[in-house]
Design a protein around this ligand. Structure first.
Ligand code: SF4
Length: 191
């Protein structure tokens, strides 16, 4: 197998294997380190609809750059890209995520299984129930439920809801914290 180096990863590039577009190149890359200890953290730090964690494969699949990027605990990373430039962009993004997950792991350790489950099952409606529900539009969305949807997709953050920072809404933040926990709030962009 022809292996080269790209953005600090060992990479094998093949053509004609992408099911979506046969013109794409398929990348199989290997991180220089195993990702065993941080694989669940990777699943935890991203918004729920942006990531899927397959426990049996110990594999995290993310949606980014309109692509599916799979990261395995062994350190293997697979995705399709239109060219080498896009592959580099994606690998740099993966590198950024790995560093972020390592930092999170150092600070808080691995997530508990119940946290991962809770995050996986989090719905737009559940999140909406913890927002102010005034549809004031200050977040740039026409309604609170629209913001809740964008947050779960990773297209907006909880922090965009300024009224949530109003002391009169502290009870809602407490509700969010109680319902989902600090780590999930962080993955929804609360800071
Ligand atoms: S800023 Fe907050 S309260 Fe206002 S519409 Fe957006 S989510 Fe609702």
């Amino acid at each position: 197998m022809n292996v080269t180096e790209l953005e600090g990863f060992k990479v094998h590039i093949s053509k004609g294997k992408c099911l979506v577009n046969p013109e794409n190149i398929t990348i199989e890359a290997w991180s220089t380190e195993e990702l065993n200890s941080i694989i669940e953290v990777l699943a935890m730090i991203l918004p729920p609809l942006k990531v899927n964690y397959a426990k049996e494969w110990r594999c995290v699949t993310l949606r980014e750059f309109e692509k599916l990027i799979s990261i395995y605990s062994s350190g293997k990373i697979t995705f399709c890209a239109k060219d080498l430039e896009e592959a580099k962009l994606i690998l740099n993004y993966v590198k950024f995520l790995i560093e972020k997950a390592k930092k999170e792991y150092m600070e808080n350790g691995p997530p508990e299984e119940k946290e991962l489950e809770l995050k996986k099952k989090l719905t737009v409606l559940e999140l909406y129930k913890c927002l102010p529900k005034t549809n004031c539009g200050l977040c740039g969305q026409p309604t609170c439920i629209a913001l809740a949807d964008k947050i779960l997709r990773g297209e907006a953050s909880l922090n965009d809801c300024k009224p949530l920072k109003d002391p009169k809404n502290t009870y809602l933040v407490e509700k969010l914290r109680e319902r989902f926990g600090e780590r999930i709030l962080k993955s929804l962009g609360w800071y």
